[in-house]
Design a protein. Structure first.
Length: 240
């Protein structure tokens, strides 16, 4: 059974479609990219998949739970990282990880926290207060906190936005390793070179999402040489 299998997902805010008819399947080990212009509906889609927003339309399941009612058991298997860094400024990195371990009831919390510190290279900042972390370190810590409870489905909203090239590379290595270990990942991004690394993408345009496909197929559908050229062409009205 796929981790995510949703059909016709829609959400309206103040009488306006934020998301129209998203159909998406995510299997264990898959990385699916949500790609498209600002305001296209990527965050709204991720929030619905995380159970943070109630969809107005659509059917299907996320981690076996109906999309309309993603309750605690399913939520425990979902890791969601929002666009903005959300760390308690007064806590140190070690305290932050211990806090997340406690909130999620992580078994063998100390050992798992130590493992995450090691895996994500957080040794140099364990004692640092989150308020004083650089943007790159803050994102690394947030990622580590998100995966601490070993989610089976990872929902990442623009995880690499504003990061330097080394931090981006590390995040991609970590995502690929998690996918190789069976985690399903949905990532939103504006970076089309990055989107090309996703085996599957969903292209958002004007609140609607094109059917899930590969970056190469999107380019081929409009006769473009790259995903970037295709997205520009579609935005300019080539395939609305
Ligand atoms: N809570 C809300 N109340 C009202 N409108 C909202 C709300 N959340 C999102 N919207 C609107 O829904 C539309 C889709 O927004 P969303 O944030 O999902 O897009 P996005 O693709 O993630 O954009 P970006 O790439 O800029 O993050 C936008 O027009 C946005 O203004």
């Amino acid at each position: 059974m796929p981790l995510v299998a949703v059909k016709g997902l829609g959400k309206r805010f103040a009488g306006r479609d934020a998301v129209r008819a998203v159909t998406l399947t995510v299997r264990s080990g898959e990385i699916v990219g949500l790609v498209g212009a600002n305001g296209g509906g990527k965050t709204t889609t991720l929030r619905m998949l995380a159970g943070l927003l109630h969809p107005d339309r659509g059917t299907g399941t996320v981690m076996g739970a109906p999309i309309a009612a993603i309750r605690t058991r399913a939520r425990r298997q979902i890791g969601y990282m929002g666009q903005r860094t959300a760390l308690y400024p007064e806590l140190s990195v070690a305290e932050t990880l211990r806090f997340h371990a406690a909130v999620h009831g992580v078994p063998s919390a100390s050992a798992r926290t130590a493992e995450v510190i090691e895996s994500y290279g957080l040794g140099p900042v364990v004692a640092t207060r989150c308020a004083t972390l650089s943007g790159g370190w803050a994102r690394r810590v947030q990622f580590a906190a998100t995966v601490l409870a070993r989610p089976k489905l990872l929902l990442l909203d623009e995880p690499t936005a504003g990061l330097d090239v080394a931090t981006r590379r590390d995040l991609w290595n970590w995502m690929q390793k998690l996918a190789a270990d069976g985690c399903g990942i949905v990532i939103s991004t504006h970076d089309l070179a990055e989107a090309e690394r996703c085996p599957a993408i969903l292209l958002f345009h004007g609140g609607a999402a094109h059917p899930q496909t590969t970056p190469a197929a999107v380019a081929a559908s409009v006769g473009a040489a790259s995903l970037e050229a295709a997205v520009l062409q579609i935005a300019d009205g080539g395939m609305a």
